[in-house]
Design a protein around this ligand. Sequence first.
Ligand SMILES: CC(=O)N[C@H](C=O)[C@@H](O)[C@H](O)[C@H](O)CO
Ligand SMILES: CC(=O)C(=O)O
Length: 307
Amino acid sequence: MDNLEKYKGVIPAFYACYDEQGNISPERVRKLTEYLIGKGVKGVYVNGSSGECIYQSVEERKTVIENVMEVTRGRITVINHVACNNTKDSVELARHSEEVGVDAIAAIPPIYFHLPEYSISKYWNEISAAAPNTDFIIYNIPQLAGTALTMNLFKEMLKNPRVIAVKNSSMPVQDIQMFKTEGVEEKGEFVVFNGPDEQFISGRMIGADGGIGGTYAVMPELFLAADKAFREGRCSDALVIQNKIDEIIYAMCECRGNLYAVMKEILKDRGVDIGSVRAPLEPVSSADMEKIKKCSVMINEAIKAFG
Ligand SMILES: CC(=O)N[C@H](C=O)[C@@H](O)[C@H](O)[C@H](O)CO
Ligand SMILES: CC(=O)C(=O)O
């Protein structure tokens, strides 16, 4: 098995980058990629929930990953989420991902229809077969996907040699331990990513090798500092930073606008303009602006203190 070190660390979920008309902006994709590389993150997770992938066409998703790859050129790890809810389009994105040279592809289960587990494993394995030289990451996010990764389904997927990790966004941190233990037992080495940003340090403590998260990109310095403190065994420092992160996430969630819209406003304050969100996601309202400014101040102060 390949060395999996390249996946172990802080991996921000990449946001959808739009121009003023709401179309994907290749320039802004490049800008966001450079910004994240500059922060020292381990990698990026492209075209996931935070990339608003369920609102994008196959062509748009190809444009996004092509531009990310042109900027990264091997400097950081790139994971591309390719699930499209039908096998055909997902297979096409998987094939394209391997062509452009991503490190790994990832996929949620099919949503809306609650399919039997043999259909879900078939869906994932067909996607994976379309990128035969690329690592595959299972994305477990039951609260949004409507289907959970059961141990049974997980064990079935471990038979696929390309399956090297689970990105676990279910809320019990214990799930991380279960997937890690079973994965390591079966494969010798296996990566689990923490999903819920609010539990990043708990996830690390119980066995996650790193995290992939939707709020990392607005405050990468804080997640990197928390991760560093954890690695160095300074657990109380890590906890202090985690508490501050959570305070910031709760404050961002108080806005009327969708969380991604709020975070994109904060990124503008940080010098990266990637537009707003695609409908039906709610853009920020004028009443949100004051709250957003406060979030920006909280982030800046926390970076000064811990970053
Ligand atoms: C449910 C959901 O979207 N989970 C994301 C990925 O795991 C997280 O990164 C959240 O965006 C984050 O924890 C904020 O709630
Ligand atoms: C939030 C997240 O991790 C994603 O973009 O899927």
